[in-house]
Design a binder for this molecule. Sequence first.
Ligand SMILES: NC(=O)c1ccc[n+]([C@@H]2O[C@H](COP(=O)([O-])OP(=O)(O)OC[C@H]3O[C@@H](n4cnc5c(N)ncnc54)[C@H](O)[C@@H]3O)[C@@H](O)[C@H]2O)c1
Length: 420
Amino acid sequence: MKKICVIGLGYVGLPLAVALSKHYSVVGFDINQERIQELQRGYDRTAEIDKSTLKTTALHVTHNVEEIEKQEIYIVTVPTPITKDNKPDLTPLEKACETLGKVIQKDSIIVFESTVYPGVTEDICGPLLAKTSGLTQGKDFFLGYSPERINPGDKVHTVDKITKVVAGETPSVTELLVEIYGTMNNNNIFQAASIKTAEAAKVIENAQRDINIAFINEAASIFNKVGVSIYDVLEAAKTKWNFLPFEPGLVGGHCIGVDPYYLAHLSKEIGHEPEVILSGRETNESMPAFIAERLAGIASENKKRLLILGLTFKENVPDLRNTKVVDLMDKLKKQGFDISVHDPYADPEEARKFYGLELLTSLDGLEPYDMILGAVPHKEYRALSQDQLQRLTTDQGCVADLKAMWRNLTLEGQRQYWSL
Ligand SMILES: NC(=O)c1ccc[n+]([C@@H]2O[C@H](COP(=O)([O-])OP(=O)(O)OC[C@H]3O[C@@H](n4cnc5c(N)ncnc54)[C@H](O)[C@@H]3O)[C@@H](O)[C@H]2O)c1
């Protein structure tokens, strides 16, 4: 049986390692000891894998480097964040390569799944692996790339059901990747023309999404100023067969709002100004300020007690990384709002640690607010009734509904409804 090691057991690495372990001998490695201990206890804080699966999986997890020696294939799924000035931060990838340099041996195959720009695998990771291992790339060890496409919280498009793009440094490496990933996902494999092609495909998938959302955000901003609901507009426009139904909103998380900067970086390096890509980013980044300004415009002076519903970067997931709700809160505070925040998915401890926020843990028994803002469309918020929303707002209060969760509800008293 083939021996595989997955490096980095987060949102991507853990589901992948669990799926592969149904067919191969798999060891999962992570530098975060706490994460390993939690997984050993059967707890996945990313909520991607349930307790009973974790308890019964054949996957072995470790933070001990010695336990990942002598594997045939290493799959790297470490984070690829950006720096404060929006440049690729390849530190986790470089550190993973340094670790791998100590354990790879003749004929090892190292496959990267982390999202990067074309060239990172072959021109940065390969040389680093060679330097730290003393082996020769393309002769002693071989590279591959297979972008990950899963979507946190999405229980339909799971790693075993989506098309996997693969590319290897040599035809035989590609062949092996086709076999390994194909076993896991019913041979739903696409062979990309090269490693750089596979890297490029992934980065444009996310950059394209960012630009499409930016366009709708721009349209929403224009229409909001003239009193036309973008959601009404979308409902009409969607009836055309080739209209792309993107929705407005905050673009957070660590994929859509981050990956375009990887592409922009490469573009600048080769002397091409990435105008469309960065303009999309700028528009999406400007949404918190735009929304805060609009809400300030409708709030009465001295009536700015605000309850925000939702803190995570998207609906129905606990992931707080790069959530733009925090940016929105900063802008709203500057506009004089006194803010409380609730989220049924976010870990209160993480909210405190990362953002210094004390989360409300229940919506029961709260003093009515001057305004409530539905910021993240968690299913629990979508299910709030007219009565529940009204109990949360004063008689003259406002129900602000960023994601149009409650657009068909009527409100009693002098309550007003606001959306994009
Ligand atoms: N989250 C997604 O839905 C998603 C989807 C597609 C692609 N991606 C890409 O996949 C990659 C991983 O993303 P993620 O969301 O799983 O990240 P994550 O932060 O959830 O998980 C990464 C894990 O890697 C570990 N790690 C960091 N450095 C390490 C090292 N040197 N050695 C071993 N482990 C290390 C961390 O402790 C963490 O547990 C990123 O490049 C991301 O852009 C993510």
